[in-house]
Design a binder for this molecule. Structure first.
Ligand SMILES: Nc1ncnc2c1ncn2[C@@H]1O[C@H](COP(=O)(O)OP(=O)(O)OP(=O)(O)O)[C@@H](O)[C@H]1O
Length: 274
């Protein structure tokens, strides 16, 4: 019997790809708000996704988090192809911190519970029964993200910076293989931002940490240790690749449609208009 020749349409992700998108497109109304986009994130890489308001960053992250199915193209996440996998089995392998998720955490939820509920992929405690091991892991994460003194506080009473930390601790609860952080420093004051950048830098340099994707508008929020960057504008990649070759004056000026002067000191970036 002759086997049919492999079709060009059959999507076989690269072996070392943690996340791979091929010709991905998201259409809303008459407009493509994202793509077509090709993007591959390999094991051990730490990616910054940057671009102006409306560039498609959150849409991209929603796809990577299996929360949104693209209109066209193929997506493989952790060797599973979207559309051919039960996303509820895939989601615990992906950590996510985003404003949408924060809005789903009940205000009266205790901090330690807001972290432990990620074990069941829910945002509020209900009738689940948690193993001691889950509780211990949640408390360990609460401690390592500097939240011990807040463990019994209600989520709704926390400051913006404290909430951001809770969400990152929560995103690590299932020991994910891919960690997606959507604007984790948004709304933080200077000291809060610097503390978070330092902690994310430490995470980025930890060989045992998951593959990382950090979405931000601001160069100042890029933690040292991140290895790659994807610059988006109007849903398209302006540039993508190793961070030092991507976060350049030329590429950033094109992405933000503004002539920028970019400096890099001690692994930190800043940008001002020229
Ligand atoms: N349901 C929708 N219908 C029409 N347009 C949409 C819809 N959802 C998103 N968009 C548009 O898609 C574009 C990309 O949105 P997205 O939230 O991904 O951008 P972003 O880069 O994360 O922006 P920001 O930095 O402001 O958060 C925006 O112009 C947005 O208005």
């Amino acid at each position: 019997m002759t086997l049919p020749a492999p079709s060009n349409d059959w999507f076989l992700p690269d072996e070392d790809a943690v996340l791979q998108m091929r010709r991905v497109r998201v259409r809303r109304g008459q407009t493509d708000i994202l793509g077509p986009l090709d993007w591959t994130l390999r094991a051990g890489e730490r990616w910054i996704v940057m671009g102006p308001n409306g560039a498609g960053k959150s849409t991209l992250l929603q796809i990577a988090a299996t929360r949104l199915h693209p209109t066209g193209g193929e997506v493989a996440i952790l060797e599973e192809v979207l559309g051919a996998v039960d996303v509820f089995e895939l989601r615990p392998r992906i950590g996510l911190s985003s404003a949408q998720l924060a809005a789903q955490v009940p205000h009266e939820e205790k901090v330690q519970d807001a972290v432990v509920t990620a074990a069941y992929g829910v945002t509020g405690t209900w009738r689940e029964s948690y193993e001691d091991e889950d509780r211990m892991r949640a408390l360990g994460l609460v401690s390592s993200w500097g939240l011990s003194r807040l463990a019994h506080r209600r989520f709704g009473t926390l400051s913006e910076g404290e909430r951001k930390r809770v969400l990152i601790a929560r995103s690590l609860m299932t020991d994910p293989e891919l960690l997606l952080l959507d604007e984790p420093a948004a709304g933080l004051d200077l000291a809060g931002r610097e503390a978070l950048v330092a902690q994310l830098s430490e995470l980025a340099r930890d060989e045992d940490a998951p593959a990382l994707v950090l979405v931000t508008h601001h160069l100042e929020e890029v933690p040292p240790g991140f290895t790659h960057a994807l610059l988006l504008r109007d849903g398209h990649a302006v540039a993508a690749g190793p961070i030092e070759q991507t976060l350049t004056e030329g590429h950033l000026s094109a992405a933000f449609d503004t002539p920028l002067r970019v400096t890099r000191t001690g692994g930190r970036y800043t940008a001002v208009a020229q």
